[in-house]
Unconditional design. Structure first.
Length: 289
């Protein structure tokens, strides 16, 4: 529960940061006057409109031309250089007249890119934490075919039935062996034991419990043998040798009303502990690894 809360907090902080950057970019896009200029503008009272508001740009231009003419006439027609420090009265710029400046365009583009990146990252993280179930495919329920067809394929090929969409091996369990059933009942979860006792099958996850390699089935030894680090499992997925900490993990499988086997890949049951040996199966031939 802690990981989803941390991710939600990160997304909230990112959204607040984007909003603050957007407000700062908007405020700084048109620039501002210095403190000295604003103070001089505040002390200027000779150019006002008839209603007491600031003069328009047309009035300012006319007044400036009049003052310029007076200055030229008083200096005998010579050009007069503006004195240092003189400023003109500031008139706010109409944003509609300017349109979108280059700075605004770049700021908005960066903010949009950051927003899309955060949205995609957040959606990916949520999808990883909460995979969709019930829609078929790995992570949900997978229909792998009719039980009689699966058992016939196992017997004919003398190897497990591989369901690629479920990433699982379907193997036989000797449900007629009372001793094997008694041992299995002590070790396995009730859901898995139901498959073994009622259907006579086990749905094994293809991933090695050591470091996650896909474990192939060895036809000669009739064991599952991992090519990565040499872990070995019996035909029903119980550990025989190698660095694996337990037997192969497994799924719960049910038989639907039409005889099809449906594997629930959304719930993984941990494999049996080291030392479990319900079928007493030894290697039946040369090892592959």
């Amino acid at each position: 529960m802690l990981v989803p809360i941390v991710i939600i907090l990160i997304l909230v902080v990112a959204a607040v940061s984007v909003v603050m950057l957007a407000s700062r970019a908007r405020g700084a896009s048109t620039g501002g006057l210095s403190r000295e200029t604003r103070g001089r503008d505040a002390g200027t009272t000779d150019i006002v409109s008839t209603e007491g508001a600031a003069a328009s740009s047309t009035e300012l231009e006319a007044t400036g031309r009049a003052r310029s003419d007076e200055t030229r006439s008083s200096s005998f027609g010579g050009l007069v250089r503006r004195r240092r420090g003189e400023v003109v009265e500031y008139e706010p710029v109409d944003e509609e007249e300017i349109g979108v400046s280059r700075r605004q365009f770049l700021n908005r583009g960066i903010l949009i890119a950051v927003g899309f990146s955060l949205t995609g990252f957040g959606a990916a993280m949520l999808g990883f934490l909460w995979p969709l179930q019930g829609l078929g495919g790995f992570g949900g329920t997978v229909n792998i075919g009719k039980l009689p067809d699966i058992l016939a394929a196992i017997d004919a090929q003398q190897k497990p039935f591989y369901a690629a969409q479920a990433r699982a091996y379907i193997v036989r369990f000797p449900n007629t062996d009372k001793a094997a059933l008694a041992l299995a009942k002590k070790v396995y979860k009730p859901a898995v034991f139901t498959d073994m006792s009622t259907l006579g099958i086990v749905a094994l996850y293809q991933r090695c419990v050591h470091l996650g390699c896909r474990v192939p089935f060895c036809q000669t030894s009739q064991w599952f043998e991992c090519p990565c680090h040499g872990s070995k499992y019996s035909r029903v997925g119980e550990k025989k040798a190698g660095p694996a900490p337990r037997g192969l993990d497994r799924f719960y499988a049910i038989q639907s009303s039409d005889g099809s086997i449906v594997v629930d890949t959304g719930n993984i049951y941990l494999g049996p502990p080291i030392g479990t040996n319900t079928t007493n199966q030894n290697a039946e031939g040369p090892l592959c690894v």
